[in-house]
Design a protein around this ligand. Sequence first.
Ligand code: F6P
Length: 326
Amino acid sequence: MSNIKRIAVFTSGGDAPGMNAAVRAVVRTAVYHDLFVYGIQRGYDGMIRGDIVRMDVSDVANIIQRGGTILKTARSEAFRTKEGRKLAYENLAAHDIDGVVAIGGNGTYTGADIFMSEYNIPFVGLPGTIDNDIYGTDYTIGFDTAINTAIEAVDKIRDTADSHNRLFFVEVMGRHSGFIALHTGIGSGAGAIFLPEIDSSIEELSEFLRKSVKRQKLFNLVIVAEGNKNGDASAIANQIKQLNPEFDVRVAIIGHLQRGGSPTAMDRVLASRMGHSSVKALMRGEGGVALGIINDKITFTPFKEAVAKTKPVNKDLVRMAEILAL
Ligand code: F6P
């Protein structure tokens, strides 16, 4: 066991449903073990500005069900600079903080890794992002809620697409990764899914859609990840319309709707487990690691490895989605 006495927790990058459940678990586990715990507001920016407040059990009451993050979040430019990180260190040191739980994505881990190469305060990372694009974990906090929100939205679009015999292109988030698109596509029974990781052909999609119409399937749904190589949903819709002027085409962008809302049971439990385990990890003397869950077991991956490696989408699921769309 290490001599950790005071820990801090913050959320960083895009908010994700379940971040609050993770903060709650960190605070309550810390208090249970007689540690002092602090919340840092607005991620690395708050660390630099010294927005650090003591937290107790009651500060995290009634938040497990809330989306967003009570600690607020930011994508910090200042923390990329040596001067910024020095100020951050001085603020942590002023509170005698000897361990930090960082909840966020790859950018958050990169910042923590650089900071730890300069200063001797251990960080443990928790994967908090709707994108599910972090190496070293099967699931990230927020992903399950985001795909449930997206699927609910697509179900509604399906009703109107069916009623009008329309072809809908629905854009979901995922600049670099297609997990949200793939799972939304499978879960909503989409005709086709465009992912950043897979090259898709407009001509093949056009052919597929024409065949569907021949089989009397008069409406269709195509899920488009924002980062796919063929352009955004409107660009792809325009190309398909040019090739098939007879199609009645519409576009819907789910956007930030899929980042908000009350976390699902899966996300609440995942975040609670991860938050709890992160404090125990700091108490064991671990640092410089990203916590994950693989085959239902808590795992640890060095920040460097988590950031350097890309989590691939499951090609078997991609193939399955094609077969089920027949
Ligand atoms: O990383 C989470 C995410 O929601 C991505 O899916 C999306 O591309 C991006 O953040 C949007 O960022 P912002 O909220 O800064 O526009």
